[in-house]
Design a protein around this ligand. Structure first.
Ligand SMILES: [Zn+2]
Ligand SMILES: [Zn+2]
Length: 164
């Protein structure tokens, strides 16, 4: 009897812990595997890697930041920064993409356009691709309108002939 009670208590206790974890995860972000080391962690708006990887990343960020801050490195390219700092290219691009690394004053820094791969500093695609995309959408809409218009005319002809 007492043994059963202990078991029940343990189950209740485990349920409470689980519920608390769920509440914590809901409040702070989602539970996922760290993209760097695969360890489980809670993802938030501020942190997309686990605690230990975040610490490593912060140090790497400082190294990169201190490197590009120097006047003579203002025109450095990403491969040059990777060479000098030994920090992963993907990480540097991530910081530029999420705005952590501000590169408005750096002519050779950016991340690839999702369509053509040329370097950009904001958004997901470059100016050229954006213009092309808008033109394509416009063309598609014009074509759709044309087909609609043709169908309407067909219908009108059909009705007209039907009345005869
Ligand atoms: Zn990690
Ligand atoms: Zn592009």
């Amino acid at each position: 009897m007492s043994c059963e009670k202990g078991l029940n208590l343990r189950i209740i206790f485990a349920d409470i812990i689980n519920a608390m974890l769920v509440i914590e995860v809901n409040l702070m972000g989602e539970l996922m595997n760290c993209p760097e080391c695969n360890q489980l962690f809670v993802k938030t708006n501020l942190r997309d890697v686990c605690e230990s990887c975040y610490k490593i990343e912060s140090k790497e960020f400082d190294v990169v930041y201190n490197f590009i801050r120097k006047r003579e490195n203002r025109t450095a390219t990403i491969p040059e920064i990777v060479n000098a700092t030994e920090v992963d290219e993907q990480k540097i691009m991530k910081w530029i993409r999420n705005g952590k690394l501000r590169v408005a004053d750096y002519p050779n820094l950016g991340y690839p356009c999702e369509k053509c791969g040329s370097l950009i500093k904001k958004g997901t695609i470059c100016e050229d691709c954006s213009v092309n995309l808008k033109r394509d959408i416009f063309k598609e809409e014009a074509e759709r309108e044309r087909i609609k218009e043709l169908r309407k005319r067909d219908k009108a002809t059909y009705l007209f002939e039907g009345k005869k």
